[in-house]
Design a protein around this ligand. Structure first.
Ligand code: ADP
Length: 166
């Protein structure tokens, strides 16, 4: 991979995901990544085959609102291979969250595959606080659909979109 650490802009880490929607668990990991790396990009995956609750535009808007006070955190959309996106952005690091052992196998396979595709791209795993370890976008959507209060689990900007019927 060309470029490497760009002295002018610092080391860029990518936090990729669906973020459908962004939860306090995601925010936890992104904040931790922003403390370790100079710049972080929240890369919102535009899946062609998944049918998300929120459009990419809505997911981008929510993430931008949540991180509006952190200029080192950028929000962007991407499609296709993560390694291609990382090459284009000259990022050296991908940050993924590990909640429990159940995440491990899938994440390890992904990390190995990405390494195969681009050996210079490093995957870094970070753990959220215990309080956020059980959160998932899927669970949040389920609770919301059944009329439960999700305000303890998502940032206010996301709660607003959910209540609005997105
Ligand atoms: P994906 O569809 O790629 O799994 P997600 O939006 O579900 O995307 O997750 C994006 C990233 O955030 C992944 O690295 C995932 O492990 C991490 N993540 C999701 N929920 C949590 C959480 N509660 N705590 C820590 N990391 C999380």
């Amino acid at each position: 991979m060309s470029g490497g650490r760009d002295a002018a802009s610092g080391q860029l880490a990518i936090c990729p995901g669906s973020f459908d929607p962004l939860t306090n668990g995601h925010v936890d990991i992104i904040r931790r990544a922003a403390r370790l790396f100079d710049r972080v990009v929240i890369a919102v995956l535009n899946h062609s085959e998944k049918s998300p609750l929120f459009s990419v535009e809505q997911r981008l808007a929510m993430a931008r609102e949540v991180f509006q006070d952190q200029p080192e955190v950028e929000v962007d959309a991407f499609e296709g291979l993560l390694v291609e996106y990382a090459r284009r952005r000259r990022a050296e690091v991908v940050v993924r969250g590990l909640r429990a052992v159940s995440d491990f196998e899938y994440e390890m396979r992904m990390a190995h595959m990405n390494r195969q595709l681009e050996p210079s791209l490093e995957t870094v795993f970070m753990m959220p606080s215990t309080a956020h370890s059980y959160l998932s976008s899927r669970l949040i959507k389920e609770i919301h659909r059944l009329g439960g209060d999700v305000s303890p689990f998502v940032p206010p900007a996301v709660q607003k979109h959910l209540l609005r019927g997105h």
